[in-house]
Design a protein around this ligand. Structure first.
Ligand code: 0FX
Length: 251
């Protein structure tokens, strides 16, 4: 295979995703055609034994920008928590694997906002430009949200979709032989702080049944202490929701 890109960095802060992406690259035997490196942000801690498998390093995009530009001709962001500076995205081809269906709920935790505002969710692989989760789209796929989903059940489906999409297009990306399309709509964007603000349930506020169930299921994700209320003694009480569809027994 004659690859266009030879020095590739897979750069992300999601342990599971990085490991699965490296498995896809290994399984497709792509390492014989190009040099793949893996990195995460300085504040991210990846547990052993994952690290020795990788040519692994911690990278600060602002401090290490010169090295990134000199060393790599393709950077693939896999949930990297740092924003790529304009200089980097103009000098090196940068591609993002994003856990959302652009242009809806771009930014932080797209599916959590989609459970609440009903905008589409899914996975998108796109070229990175100077706006967040914004550049030309290479491939994207919608993921359904069911009435009994919580954040973590939707998120698992999105991760699997991201991996399927990556597996479908990685060779085309490496050969620089792919089409892109631009969506004219700018969509909407959520920041980390929007997520922080939605975590407190106001005890005196009036919610419809649908609103409170959607809010609590959007904030239910494994052991994360997301939703809470403040009780009369000023204690913070965390809330998680269990949703269980009735099992229909066939006669
Ligand atoms: O890897 P990721 O899911 O990705 C996040 C953003 O959603 C994404 O839009 C951005 N491009 C990327 C850089 O960062 O984040 P995570 O691994 O921190 O969390 C995984 C899921 O866990 C998240 O989707 C929701 C849930 N979660 C996470 C934290 C830290 C919570 O519900 N509460 C939390 O406090």
């Amino acid at each position: 295979m004659n690859l266009f890109y030879k020095n590739i960095l897979i750069f992300g802060d999601n342990n599971y995703l990085l490991e699965k992406l490296s498995n896809i690259i290994d399984k497709k035997d792509l390492t014989q055609y190009a040099d793949f490196s893996y990195a995460c942000s300085p504040q991210t801690f990846f547990e052993l034994p994952l690290i020795p498998k990788f040519k692994f390093s911690h990278i600060d995009v602002k401090k290490d920008i010169k090295t990134l530009i000199d060393k790599f001709d393709l950077i693939i962001s896999a949930h990297c928590k740092q924003i790529f500076p304009a200089e980097l995205v103009t000098k090196v081809k940068c591609i993002n694997i994003h856990p959302g269906f652009n242009p809806y709920n771009r930014g932080w935790y797209p599916h959590i906002f989609s459970i609440i505002n009903k905008l589409s969710t899914g996975a998108t692989i796109h070229e990175i430009d100077q706006k967040i989760d914004h550049g030309s789209i290479i491939i994207q796929r919608q993921v359904e949200i069911f009435s009994y989903d919580t954040s973590d059940t939707v998120y698992k489906r999105i991760l699997e979709t991201e991996l399927h999409l990556f597996s479908e297009v990685i060779e085309k990306i490496l050969c620089n032989d792919y089409q892109t399309y631009i969506i004219k709509e700018e969509g909407n964007i959520n920041k980390k702080n929007d997520f922080q603000k939605m975590r407190q349930i106001e005890l005196e506020k009036v919610y419809s049944g649908r609103e409170i169930i959607d809010l609590l299921r959007a904030l239910t994700h494994g052991n994360y202490q997301n939703a809470y209320f403040i009780d009369d003694d000023n204690n913070k009480i965390f809330i998680r929701l269990t949703l269980e569809p009735e099992e229909v027994v066939k006669e």
